[in-house]
Design a protein around this ligand. Structure first.
Ligand code: PGA
Length: 268
């Protein structure tokens, strides 16, 4: 058996979709995927803040988890423009995404801030989805592994193995994300996932291997199967190719049989 029972497939809609568009997207995605066995699939959608409240009721929680794209580490106070864990808990959010590349590189978030957010998310019983990834310059300088280890070690300071049960990691190389991105090859992605898993093992012992590590960055129907078939890739975190329910559904249905094959291959 592969170590993780489920495959993790989700999308961050970034600064796209109004409330109505998000509702329609979730309803269509849920209708298209309602038949799929959730014991083997964790499906999640991370819409814009303004749509979160309505998103929560647009699809059943046991079929589609809803996440927030960011969160302040403080519960309340003088933090203009921020959203607190209490506010997200009030609307029943499941997942909090932390340290997406666009937060780190456009809004200058630091590893220390990501760490405070991870700790706050886990303290409030959310699933914390910590995103990490090297830039093109770091990759070309041959320090990608060091960067990934640094982001993990700093981002996960003071997280215990027990808390890490609600931790997910997304490996999203900065050079692979978005319209100008080039997807990582499956071999490159798998090698980086192996580095991440090794680091998680050092941090949390055997429990570190139960933390799902998702690949993100220009995932599309054409490369999804090759990526998910890799030993160390536990899920896919998708942007543009998942923003239309029919296309996302198609991608999910392409991935699931590949996963069965991978499981049978990994069977002792
Ligand atoms: P993309 O986005 O699939 O559009 O490259 C990925 C991401 O930013 O998570």
């Amino acid at each position: 058996m592969a170590r993780l029972a489920k495959v993790y497939l989700g999308t961050n809609t970034k600064m796209n979709k109004t409330i109505r568009e998000t509702q329609a997207f979730l309803q269509a995605l849920d209708a298209a995927t309602a038949d799929l066995d959730r014991a083997a699939l964790e499906l999640f959608v991370i819409p814009a803040y303004t749509a979160l409240y309505h998103a929560r009721s647009a699809a059943p929680r046991e079929r589609i988890k809803i996440g927030a794209q960011n969160m302040c580490w403080e519960e309340q106070g003088q933090y203009t423009g921020e959203i607190s864990p209490l506010m997200l808990a009030e609307i029943g959010i499941d997942v909090v995404m932390i340290g997406h590349s666009e937060r780190r590189h456009i809004f200058d978030e630091t590893d220390a801030q990501e760490n405070w957010k991870v700790l706050a998310a886990l303290r409030h019983d959310f699933t914390a989805l910590l995103c990490i990834g090297e830039t093109l310059a770091q990759k070309e300088s041959g320090i990608a592994d060091e960067m990934l280890r640094t982001q993990l070690i700093l981002g996960l300071q003071n997280v215990t193995a027990d808390m890490a049960q609600k931790l997910w990691i997304a490996y999203e190389p900065v050079w692979a994300i978005g319209e100008n991105g080039t997807p990582a090859s499956e071999a490159y992605a798998d090698a980086k996932h192996a580095v991440i898993k090794q680091c998680l093992r050092e941090l949390f012992g055997a429990a570190g291997l139960d933390i799902p590590v998702l690949y993100g960055g220009s995932v599309k129907p054409e490369n999804a199967v090759a990526l998910i078939s890799q030993t160390n890739i536990d899920g896919l975190f998708i942007g543009r190719s998942a923003w239309e329910a029919a296309r996302f559904n198609q991608l999910i249905r392409t991935v699931l049989p590949a996963l069965k094959l991978k499981r049978s291959r990994m069977e002792p």
